[in-house]
Design a binder for this molecule. Sequence first.
Ligand SMILES: [Zn+2]
Length: 96
Amino acid sequence: MHIHEFQEMMRQLYFKRDIERGVDGTYNWLVDEVAELGEELKKQTDKEATEKEFADVIAWLASLANVMGIDLEKAAISKYNLKCPKCHKAPCQCTF
Ligand SMILES: [Zn+2]
């Protein structure tokens, strides 16, 4: 399944609810899910629970993109097209 197909599946499952919740409400859910992922990473005890938190983050990111009319796959690939968008190398050679 491609990112676009996942986003379309999320649209079919949740678009009506997402559009009613709106940008701010959907963004707040995404932030909450990222925080839950962070809590799960601190525990590092249950890989299945961690996977579920990753799933929630990408699901809410897709929902927010649907509300905003953003094609996630197009956005991701146009910025990260086989090379680092900063140094234009693969793998990235940026200094930190
Ligand atoms: Zn780089």
